[in-house]
Design a binder for this molecule. Structure first.
Ligand SMILES: *Cc1c(COP(=O)(O)O)cnc(C)c1O
Length: 388
């Protein structure tokens, strides 16, 4: 076991050793991180739904009716009526024929990609795609071609060159998690059609966030019905846990039969499912929550830009504040934390050298006063470190 010690030492030497932050309160705009009260600007709980009274009630009721665990996998004895109800709701929300719920977004990507592609197939994957897509591609053993971020010109050349494969899959994040920018979906839809490829979009950060009803990037671009496989998660804006894939009846029946991460894992507890189900009701009933999210994102972005910070993208509630140098980025995050703002510094190898950033995410439930306090801390930290 000497190698474990050596590896840990080397991680620490390179400054890439990770440790856990401890939360003892809810995922709220103001919360306690490592024993310090601060404004939370790093949560994926975009709509604040993890604290919504309707979701809490739904979870409580579900526990009192069905107990705590599902007790079996979906295909054996863990498939409750409420699982089906959630899947019907997601299909309706996404405007597709059908949907399937996995235990997490990670498992949805792993299960779906490995079910669709094998040794005889080729996958085209954006270089900034989420780790769960990368792992799905690797496990599938399909030939994988990585194209430069959002570069549809290079993608087209790769599509032209790659002949002799059984199936072709193009896979992309809808909203990229570290950069907050959007995939060029209209062009990807065209390319998929032209070169006879299947298009899969990961809407983890878009579900509940983008589009007129919050249905995601297809709705945002007016491409409903054009994207064969729409994947997403219930663990971010939806405020629960679980991943989903929405698409045709055939696709969903196929995944139920072929996706190993769906087949060989115990179903999510009915309370978790009930929470997700309630979230879709809340989303529809209170459109103001989503409006608040976008207003807050706009407010924070505008404030930061006016102070002289460089924001890498302006398309989503993910606000990457460019610092550049890796060490300075970590100092910035530490200084912000000491000033009562929690937002992580992101540096290589997660992002390319020279593009280290503080990754801010905003929630619908942040008050203007909280955002002003955060902006004030940014100004102070930015000036102290000579970033602005
Ligand atoms: C978070 C995320 C996932 C994984 O979803 P979980 O439900 O957290 O497992 C997948 N893809 C992207 C782009 C993500 O940001």
């Amino acid at each position: 076991m000497e190698f474990i010690k050596e590896e840990l030492t080397s991680l620490k030497q390179y400054g890439i050793y990770r440790d856990l932050k401890t939360m003892v309160e809810s995922q709220a705009p103001r919360t306690m991180v490592n024993g310090k009260k601060c404004i939370l600007l790093s949560s994926n709980n975009y709509l604040g739904l993890t604290e919504h009274p309707d979701l809490i009630t739904a979870a409580r009721n579900a526990i009192s009716i069905w107990g705590t665990g599902a007790g079996g996998s979906r295909l054996i004895s863990g498939n409750f009526r409420i699982h089906e109800e959630l899947e019907e709701t997601i299909a309706h929300f996404k405007n597709t024929e059908s949907a399937i719920v996995f235990n997490s977004g990670y498992m949805a990507n792993m299960g779906t990609i490995t079910a669709l592609a094998g040794k005889e197939d080729i996958i085209f994957s954006d270089e900034l795609n989420h780790a769960s897509i990368i792992d799905g591609c690797r496990l599938s053993r399909a030939k994988t071609r990585i194209y430069p971020h959002k570069n549809t010109g290079v993608l087209e050349k790769l599509l032209q060159k790659s002949t002799g494969y059984r199936r072709r899959l193009i896979v992309t994040d809808g909203v990229f998690s570290m950069d907050g920018d959007l995939a060029p979906l209209p062009r990807l839809v065209d390319l998929a059609e032209k070169y006879n490829a299947v298009l899969m979009v990961d809407d983890a950060h878009a579900t509940g966030v983008l589009g007129r009803r919050g249905a995601g990037s297809a709705e945002h671009f007016g491409l409903e019905g054009k994207i064969t496989i729409q994947m997403g998660t219930l663990s971010k804006a939806i405020g629960s846990t679980g991943g989903y894939v929405a698409g045709s009846h055939d696709l969903i029946n196929y995944l139920r039969n072929k996706a190993r991460s769906f087949i060989f894992s115990t179903a999510l507890p009915p309370s978790v499912i009930a929470t997700g189900l309630e979230a879709f009701r809340v989303l529809q009933k209170y459109p103001r929550i989503r409006e608040n999210l976008h207003n807050n994102a706009f407010y924070l972005r505008t404030g930061l830009t006016q102070m002289g910070f460089t924001i890498l993208s302006e398309e989503s509630p993910i606000i990457p504040v460019l610092i550049g140098d890796a060490n300075k980025t970590i100092q910035m995050a530490q200084l912000l934390f000491s000033l009562g703002v929690f937002t992580p510094g992101i540096r290589p190898p997660t992002v390319p050298p020279g593009t280290s950033r503080v990754r801010v995410t905003v929630m619908a439930t942040h008050t203007r006063e909280e955002l002003d306090t955060a902006l004030h801390a940014f100004a102070q930290a930015g000036q102290t470190l000579g970033v602005i």
